[in-house]
Design a protein around this ligand. Sequence first.
Ligand SMILES: NC(=O)c1ccc[n+]([C@@H]2O[C@H](COP(=O)([O-])OP(=O)(O)OC[C@H]3O[C@@H](n4cnc5c(N)ncnc54)[C@H](O)[C@@H]3O)[C@@H](O)[C@H]2O)c1
Length: 317
Amino acid sequence: VGEQVAASRIAVIGAGSIGVAWAIVFARAGRSVALYDVDEHRLVVARKEIAETIADLARYDLADDADRIQARILYSSDLQGCVKDAIYIQESAPESLPLKRDLFRLLDNQAYSHAVIASSSSAITISQIADQLTGRHRCLVVHPGNPPYLLRIAEIVPAAFTNVATVQAARTLLSSVGMLPILVKKEIEGFLFNRLQGALLREAYCLVRDGVATVADIDCIVSEGLGPRWSIIGPFETADLNTRGGIAVHAERLGPAYARMGAERGQDDPWTPVLVATVVAQRRALLPLGQWRDRVAWRNRMLMAISRAKRLALGSP
Ligand SMILES: NC(=O)c1ccc[n+]([C@@H]2O[C@H](COP(=O)([O-])OP(=O)(O)OC[C@H]3O[C@@H](n4cnc5c(N)ncnc54)[C@H](O)[C@@H]3O)[C@@H](O)[C@H]2O)c1
């Protein structure tokens, strides 16, 4: 029990772009953070970067009391000192399998017995990193968007050997610091974030290659069109709200055109009736058709708020 009471701190391992950003997330939410790096000079730079970022966040009303936030972060190159009383460890070292495997072996040996050990890894799975460890049941991937103090989602990607209590503890902790954890049910390459990003980026490259549009024009279509919409609702809800009758009608009308576009790229993943029925059932559970019109009006009002914020931020018309 004594050990449990003592362990309340968060340890962030690696003080690069992502480690620094995680330290801000946790400290801003009132948690004590130990930020570790092998490179002592990096820790000096990290302290300065964190001070500048917290000041910027405060300017946009996204953080208060910069001094108190900074005071919650301990900068240290003593790994054992950082992890020994941490309840949650967010490993954010470089994306290298041998490096992460070695590091996780150390973390599993030195961490408090009930600590959750999470990796920020973008592509390497926890199955690859932690399969040989005694404490592998308490290891998982928690992959953030960059930077996590602005993008609230975090992908939770457990391995088959990760236990349910670990997943639940990670979810609870992330929610408590203002993040939105999303469970990825299978360890697929790219998880969800980069799969979706990759689908768009692959098509964007094809369009430039085929001389259909310039790089600037494709970026503009996203930043002024798809992006603002997606900052409020995702692609499924977009399809649902853009067609009277909802996503079932959308799939029937536009499914064949999207299938032809996919075929042009060598893709053969038809929206079968069973798949469409699954998507429709999930959408209707989230939004009964009787509320469709109100939701469209809400979407439009939110787009108005986004347009106003963009105009203020960018000075655009
Ligand atoms: N940059 C992104 O957009 C992004 C987004 C999500 C996830 N990630 C993932 O987060 C992790 C970190 O990425 P990053 O962009 O912050 O990298 P980075 O290169 O900016 O930072 C890595 C830090 O780890 C330190 N380091 C090196 N060896 C170490 C060790 N053995 N122990 C502790 N620290 C060590 C380095 O000194 C450096 O400060 C990677 O796994 C990456 O895939 C990155």
